[in-house]
Design a protein around this ligand. Structure first.
Ligand code: SAM
Length: 257
């Protein structure tokens, strides 16, 4: 695997250096911005998740784990694993006979993850769009939670996820979305666009990270668009469900034989 070195690598992985519709940078500039941002907020990241979702992120993680179809002894790779919230849930599912590889390009997020060891988890520094040392077909499932929104080159991301799982293996993507119902969207918008950035700024001390959060959700591809990307990259039976009134989407698919 082309693991990212702690200070040097700014891998684009074929990412074009374009700006998104929202004005967020694309390509390497986005990757650098995202990595530095998560390095800064790693200490408060899980606390903020718990506060902002009223603890519901745990339920969503469990649903994502269910959709991996993993059981005891399974092997799974969790991309953009951050502080390991989903990774730990996966480790509990596969048990002591299983193996979980968590990959993230933020050293500080990984350091926070390593402080909470559970089961057979290995954490490695790396870029989710270039898993060069990870053998093809070596995992029963690949997951990503709240990472895809931060990765401009979604084709490369899902091509890698499909590559590293075995035929018939599962790919699961959990992400934040905009609710469909206009009335709910209006009320939720007050919370997510106005209150969350302020709350995030106060608790994490990093205003930019939590203004980026709603911006990145608005810029992200539609659920249909994400499903199309997954299909184009070797995945079949692509489905998605909306959770919590549509503020979360959960895509899942099977690798084509
Ligand atoms: C919102 S956090 C999600 C963390 C974790 N998956 C969770 O459920 O809490 C997004 C993570 O994606 C990581 N990330 C973003 N782009 C990445 C990339 N290209 N390769 C590896 N990690 C990446 C960031 O460093 C950050 O830790």
């Amino acid at each position: 695997m082309q693991w990212v070195s702690s200070t040097t690598s700014r891998r684009g992985g074929g990412i074009s250096a374009v700006r998104g519709d929202s004005g967020l940078p694309g390509g390497r500039e986005r990757a650098r911005m995202v990595r530095e941002m998560f390095d800064r907020i790693s200490g408060r990241y899980e606390l903020l998740n718990a506060v902002m979702t009223a603890g519901l992120y745990r339920l969503w993680n469990r649903r994502a784990v269910d959709l991996t179809w993993l059981g005891p002894g399974g092997r799974v790779i969790d991309l953009a694993c951050g502080t390991g919230s989903l990774t730990r849930e996966l480790a509990r599912r596969v048990g002591p006979g299983g193996y979980v590889l968590g990959v993230d390009f933020s050293e500080n997020m990984l350091a926070a993850a390593r402080e909470r060891p559970v089961g057979q988890i290995e954490y490695r520094l790396g870029d989710a769009t270039r898993l060069e040392g990870v053998p093809s077909g070596g995992f029963d499932a690949a997951t990503i939670a709240y990472g895809a929104r931060n990765i401009p080159d979604l084709e490369a991301l899902f091509a890698e996820m499909a590559r590293v799982v075995r035929n018939g293996g599962r790919v699961v993507c959990l992400e934040i979305a905009e609710p469909e119902d206009p009335l709910f969207a209006r009320f939720y918008g007050i919370w997510f666009d106005k209150i969350v950035p302020r709350l995030g700024a106060v608790i994490s001390g990093d205003a930019r990270a939590y203004s980026y959060l709603p911006e990145s959700v608005k810029e992200f591809v539609s659920p249909e668009g994400l499903a199309a990307i997954m299909r184009r990259n070797g995945l079949q039976s692509v489905r998605w469900e909306r959770l919590a009134g549509g503020i979360i989407t959960l895509h899942h698919a099977t690798k084509r034989a």
